[in-house]
Design a binder for this molecule. Sequence first.
Ligand SMILES: [Zn+2]
Length: 195
Amino acid sequence: MKMTIQETNLFLKRIKQYYNDFIIDSFKVEEWYNQLKDYDADDVNRKLDKHLKSEMYGDYPPKLNYILAGIMKAKDKNAVRKYIIVCQNCGKELDYFDYDEHLRKCNSIDYVIREMKKYLNKDVTREQLESMSEEKFWDKYDAMLEIIKSKLPDGSGKKKLIQAYFGEIDLSIEETEKAVTDSYNKEVNENGNIE
Ligand SMILES: [Zn+2]
């Protein structure tokens, strides 16, 4: 479905919610509408969601080229047979374009299940994690890492990786590799075997 002028207006209002300095006037609405009208409102709004969560760019209003990058015009979407891909991890069928994002979350879900068991002796299920909103999931994820971090000895590879994840320390590429190897060796020793 092509984007309407009302949807464009709503889209710009959404941007304004997050960026006070963002000005909307009729000229702007018309200008953006002309640029967005061939696209699907859902796709455009999804790109905005992504932008808002981006650590690197989220402080600034999104640029048009970012919003349109990687999304297809509505008519092309209908013409092209959708590429379906099956997640190797959970077996879900996904749109090709959603795969990268899905896989990141999907792997993180497995990671949370494993680490919750190992460090907190808690059983969580994939269903529980999948039913959470994006925001809640990543909050939980961060909270879990904080707890694990507090349990790890200073200087351990895994602790360093978590500290780097939170931006508390900077690791060079070599240091990151060493931390990964350290944390891997430790896991291997604890389990007594390599999985
Ligand atoms: Zn999956």
